[in-house]
Design a protein. Sequence first.
Length: 402
Amino acid sequence: MRRRAGAWIGALVLVLAPGWAAGASLHGRASTVLQWWERAYDGRDITPLSQYLSFVASDLWQGQDLSIRGYGQLTKDLTGGDPWRGKVFYLYADWNDLWGGSLDLAAGRQFVQNAAGSAVMDGADVHLRVAGPVAVRLFGGGDVQYVNEYNSGDALGGFSVYLDGLDHTFAEVALFTKYDKYDLARLMAGASVSQDLWDWGRAYGDLQYDYLGDTVSETLLGLRLFPRAGWIFTGEYFESLPVFDSTSIYSVFATERYKEGRLKASYDVVPNVRLYAEVIRAWYGEGDRAFEGEVGTRMFDVYGARIDFSLNRRRGYGGELDGFRLVAGRDFWNDHLFIEGGAEYQVFQRQEDRDDDSTSAYWGYVEYRWTRTLATSVRLENLVDGGGENHLEGLLRVDWDF
């Protein structure tokens, strides 16, 4: 994987170098992050130090919509003996409005997604507008798996036909395939559609079909309504069956289909105060069911503060749970200083154990903005588990925007 990422970096540098002479612009963020926590299963202290870099280089060629985008990480556990490790999350050239404005091209390491599947790949993604709003998309390349070594036979590809540029309508039909060491591991078909219902609503839906498993693997049907100013109602039905690569050992295990119905309503009492409520009915395999509910409020700029409060309840499969969450924050000193505090508390009863247990979490967050481009933040959190033991976690972060 390192060799393949290095090849992409070298190729993009060659493309980027002439652009600097033409007056390219560069924007991004560099973040240094120090974390510490206690690992649950052995009690060992973990203290990773990480350096993140994200950037966008644009205006590379006059008259061309060409940019290069990248995001990567270097990290090392200061309490262990492991060396520095690096990851390139994405690094690609994005070239739009080619061939008379009908072609978009992205090449490099990137996240790709269509109605049939998604992945991170080293490859190319092409969008071609063929007639009116109708466009086709083709992508393909090497399958990037951060947990495994990069193999030349690990590949993926996708194809879709979709509607582009319509203000109130979207539709896509797609195929997605993966290969594991040249063996066909996944072949999926999918469709996605959404339609605005004048000014008072939107209907949408997604469907995925697993060809190798010969089954519908995912279904989503939704309706969102805006009957009056400040009101939003949402109803959704979701159904999912896990899909594993055919070359994975997990593909031989039986899986159960999950179904979920969801209703949500929100009301803006005033522009900066929102009330909301949500109920979820879940169906598991073998007839098991569960009910979840949540009510809460979100308030913005209430005497300069932001407040988020919610109550939640769960009954049915897996046990019972009741809890709350409170988060409040405020800017000070002409927005140079931001302070936030939060708390969560949950009382639960497992299905196989009728005794009540509780967990809680308390945290504080402070961010100081030295300039428009430089900020330092600290976050401390104490987790109290069901046995009453405390687990302290912390984060120190320095962000520099350029």
